[in-house]
Design a protein around this ligand. Sequence first.
Ligand code: CA
Length: 533
Amino acid sequence: MSYLGAAFNEKRTPQSQPIPNTNQVPNSAGGFSFPVDDWIRLHRFLILGSEGGSYYAAERTLTAENTEAVQRCLAADGERVVREIVAVSSAGRAPKNDPAIFALALAASLGNDATRRDALGALPLVCRTGTHLFHFAQFVDGMRGWGRGLRAAIGRWYSEKPVKEVAYQAVKYGQRDGWSHRDMLRLAHPKPDSDARRILYHWITQGWERIGDAPHDQKDLQIVWAMEKAKLPGTTAKTVAELVRTYELPREAVPSGLLGERIVWESLLERMPLTALLRNLATLTRVGVMESRTWQNHIAVQLTDAKRLKAARVHPIAVLAALKTYVQGHGERGKHTWNPVAKIVDALDAAFYASFGNVESTSKRWVLALDVSGSMGGGTVGGIIGLSPRVASAAMAMITAATETNVETVAFQTSLQRLSISPRQRLDDIVKTISDLPFGGTDCAQPMLWAMGNNVEADAFVVYTDSETWHGKIHPAQALRQYREKTGIAARLIVVGMVANQFTIADPDDAGMLDVVGFDTATPQVIADFAKG
Ligand code: CA
């Protein structure tokens, strides 16, 4: 008779079949999951992007699917789409700004009149650097014509910035993707409101005037003069270092032939933005700057300053990538080598936790469960080589593990094992531990079944997964309800989506289950708040 009972059972359904009377859909792994709504899909796309694709979908397919979801959101509520793009981008919640720029270009092209206006109004909030603006131009160029509204918005991008800032942008971000400031200004024709601005626009569109011996008498334009001066043949490292100090030249303005000079890097370091500092740690070590304890301290202090990390929108994924590269002592292509400085490695480890901001501890009992099945090894997070969703989820879990006192961390595929990783270990060790685990099939009900079978008390299960579950005899949502019945604990399930697909194991009709997006810097606090109820 049991085959008859199994044919329709809302409490215990094999993952190869949908739970009766739900909207479950087939996932890419041959099982059934719940579909997330388009707004969660938009959020996943803004944070995780589609670069590198996933285990199941090529980059192109994944991007196309996400584009369709954004279009449906635009049709439903364009104003909300723009609001969500700005919220994610301006707070630096995503590892990369490109998905936000792409979504903004979609809104500025495919939205209704009001949405297009909103999107163009938000341009400076989302496109904060010249490179962002060029990416936007490249995206929007393929989506719509260069009408008056678009040109005016580009014009405002320049005219609403102080002259000094436009000059800095022109020096730091020359061109990208075949677009330059010259192209932008020629399209937009903003009217200069001062002599300095008129000269600068002229320089950008027509080329710099011949450089004199003395700096330009317009103070805001002297950075351009300094860049040209630095480029003159035969300029020494000492002169360039002085120009960097006096005129605040960024690294991009230093001739490449002088980028191996210690004194140049020391001059750059005095005002180096944190994001640039993260990218140049290896070079700073290689050229000898780190031989100085004073500089080591200077760098370590900046890297661990939570306020500065937030102000510079340093994303934890960028820190993780920097740490991963820095400790290995050689570049991805192995061309350059360096001896990692322990103080800097420790500072990077601390910076990772600090870059999520302060998350308040709950007094809850936690099970943090990492999906280490085969599919989690496909694709990359933030487009970073070697950073699969599987490895990235371990780092993500450590944020909650570092905040909470009562935590069990486990890894599962079709079976489950406890993990002896903790935030007291360095992040690169944790990453290595996870990388060495065997791959396997997927049963996302494992954490709840394991807790039930082993009398583990848990108020919150956090599952880091792509929700491509198929193997088990019972769906994860059903396993959670069984756990609640058996233990009397009103346990909650938080699904941390690590891939920008449309699936989740969380039942949208169960108020005790929640979908969040992996590597949104706001996620750890949302997880804590939800667990508290
Ligand atoms: Ca899987």
